[in-house]
Design a protein around this ligand. Structure first.
Ligand code: LER
Ligand code: MN
Length: 273
């Protein structure tokens, strides 16, 4: 089982990224804990030292399975479904600007909150059209570079758009690109899915990335999700990518990451994964 945890390349408001702050120091701490990879949360690839980040992760003997892009919405309100055409364009440009870095890192680009939260008075047909245009444009550019994108269903309290896995899969069909798959997140699935296991099984080979957090968005083992069943189901689909810890940094980042990893490694042994 390949396990990563999230690290932000810049300070950010989002509270479920376990590690923020000094990058090299944190990368070394994450490696020491025994993780195999680091999922990066990057607001803007244009303002980071990409080579230094790649070198720091490689020096720590780790991989970068995925790059999260949601800070563009969280910090700058860039969105695929903004009523303002210039903002939509900037959001698409921002996602496209992740592609060269993702290619070098060998990472999947996560498309989550950058879809935005459309105004209530925006017609549904406009929202759908903007989403399809934005995804098709980004997928085309990524495909040319050999990069994959992962769409994340996000619960109803964070966005009104595409909250469930079934809706997400239907959307993928409409977009129509093989380099677009799904990111399943146990926290969101616990809120939205009738059955987490059925949703995982239904997504099957379209799972490109996976986030773990317990029911309360603490580290796994701190809530009441049935992780043995969830992981068994995930690996039965043939999934061989990373499971990535995206949970609250409570009671403190180090304890949360260490306890979460310990729990997952125990399950790995128990289930023979
Ligand atoms: C991002 O991966 C996520 O899960 C969202 O909850 C971000 O707000
Ligand atoms: Mn997530």
């Amino acid at each position: 089982m390949k396990i990563s945890t999230c690290l932000s390349t810049n300070p950010a408001r989002f509270d479920a990224v376990p590690f923020t702050g000094d990058f090299e120091h944190n990368a070394a701490r994450i490696a020491d804990l025994g993780f195999d990879g680091i999922e990066l949360a990057v607001r803007d690839p244009g303002i980071i030292d990409q080579e230094q980040i790649l070198a720091a992760v490689a020096a720590a003997g780790m991989e970068i399975p995925a790059i999260g892009t949601g800070q563009a919405w969280g910090e700058e309100r860039l969105s695929f479904t903004s009523g303002n055409a210039g903002t939509r364009e900037k959001a698409v440009e921002r996602i496209v600007s992740h592609i060269p870095f993702a290619r070098k890192a060998g990472a999947v680009i996560i498309i989550g909150l950058v879809r935005g939260v459309p105004d209530k008075d925006t017609p549904q047909s406009s929202v759908e059209g903007w989403m399809l245009d934005a995804f098709r444009f980004c997928c085309g550019k990524a495909r040319d570079a050999g990069v994959r994108l992962a769409f994340e269903p996000i619960n109803r309290y964070e966005t009104s758009l595409l909250n469930g896995v079934r809706e997400g899969l239907e959307f993928l069909e409409k977009v129509g690109f093989d380099n677009l798959g799904m990111l399943l997140d146990t926290f969101h699935m616990n809120i939205e899915e009738p059955s987490i296991e059925e949703s995982i099984a239904m997504t099957g080979s379209r799972i490109f990335h996976f986030h773990y957090a317990d029911s309360n968005r603490w580290y796994p083992g701190a809530g009441h999700l049935n992780f043995p069943l969830i992981l068994e189901t995930l690996y039965r689909t043939g999934y061989n990518g990373y499971v990535s810890g995206e949970h609250r940094p409570d009671p403190d980042p180090l304890t949360a990451a260490r306890e979460g990893l310990r729990y997952m490694r125990n399950l790995e042994k128990q289930l023979g994964l």
